[in-house]
Ligand binder design. Structure first.
Ligand SMILES: Nc1ncnc2c1ncn2[C@@H]1O[C@H](COP(=O)(O)OP(=O)(O)OP(=O)(O)O)[C@@H](O)[C@H]1O
Ligand SMILES: [Mg+2]
Length: 279
């Protein structure tokens, strides 16, 4: 679904490269989490997948990027949007209308979804995001979290093959964050949607993603399964990524010789490890 061959990118007028020698390939149906410190290049990477980089945010682009078979340099973001749905880190900048319902309809109209299917798609998206009561509200009157939910509803209504989400839960409380990730998981199960999500809440990613990519200074610092990465807590810490508490608990227990298990990646596994150690 995605292939990036030696991508490097420097914003126009900027001295430093925001992306350096990026090589990634992501298969259809994969659920990939992207983490890393501020300024690491996560948003630039997300924008390279939607064609915003280099078509809208311009600069020097090197290498080749294919998304759903299209070369992103020779394909416009509008064409790419047929297979890639995005939620930007700054959701406001992507709104095209002023009302919640219009925002979702606008997306569907742009993609020539048959008129008779629209009401059902809009209803389902509002229902999925739990924002049915916001349908007739002005986008300007919404909180940051509500805006994020509208942007997510609009992109989910489109049911794209690839979803690229840049910190979509940044303004959401823990409960809504889990709901969003569950919905993504459902889309993947039902439709085989490929998901790339930039997300700070690492425990959420551990629960839902298959694979984590850690970025640092424009490069891919680590790329592997959730389990592989959590097995390298020292490298993660060095990159400024806080390990989930269950992982650091496991490391401390291991240091004391209380367990020799692989680090747990979720609460049930951690519970098993602790019970085993106690007995
Ligand atoms: N429009 C722009 N013009 C010039 N430089 C930019 C632009 N956007 C980002 N950069 C620079 O590119 C680098 C990568 O930025 P990017 O926003 O991709 O990082 P990030 O990992 O998403 O950070 P954050 O966690 O803060 O969202 C940074 O050094 C940033 O200052
Ligand atoms: Mg960012």
């Amino acid at each position: 679904m995605i292939r990036l061959d030696n991508i490097s990118f420097k914003y126009a007028g900027s001295e430093a490269f925001a992306l350096r020698d990026i090589n990634i390939s992501v298969g259809a149906g994969e659920f990939v989490g992207v983490i890393g410190p501020a300024g690491a290049g996560k948003s630039t990477l997300a924008q390279a997948l939607s064609g915003v980089v280099p078509h809208v945010r311009r600069g020097d682009f090197y290498g080749a990027a294919w998304v759903d078979g299209s070369d992103t340099v020779n394909t416009t973001p509008a064409e790419l949007a047929r297979s890639v749905g995005c939620v930007f880190q700054d959701v406001e900048s992507q709104f095209a209308t002023t009302m919640v319902e219009d925002e979702i309809l606008y997306a569907l109209e742009n993609f020539s979804v048959p008129r008779e299917d629209m009401p059902e798609r809009v209803n389902q998206a509002l229902l999925d995001m739990g924002i049915g009561d916001l349908r007739e509200r002005s986008l300007f009157s919404l909180s940051g979290g509500q805006k994020q939910k509208v942007a997510l509803a609009a992109v989910m209504a489109l049911a794209p093959k690839l979803l690229v989400l840049d910190e979509p839960t940044g303004e959401l409380d823990p409960k809504s964050s889990v709901q969003v990730l569950r919905l993504l998981q459902l889309m993947r199960e039902k439709r085989g949607t490929t998901i790339v999500i930039v997300e700070q809440k690492i425990m959420l990613l551990c629960e839902f993603a298959d694979r984590l990519i850690v970025m640092d200074k424009g490069r891919i610092a680590l790329d592997g399964s959730v389990r592989e990465l959590l097995n390298q807590p020292d490298q993660l810490l060095e990159l400024g990524v806080n390990c989930p508490r269950v992982t650091s608990l496991a490391a401390r227990m291991k240091a004391r010789g209380w367990t020799n298990r692989e680090p747990p990646i979720n609460i049930p596994e951690a519970e098993r490890m602790v019970r085993e150690a106690i007995s």
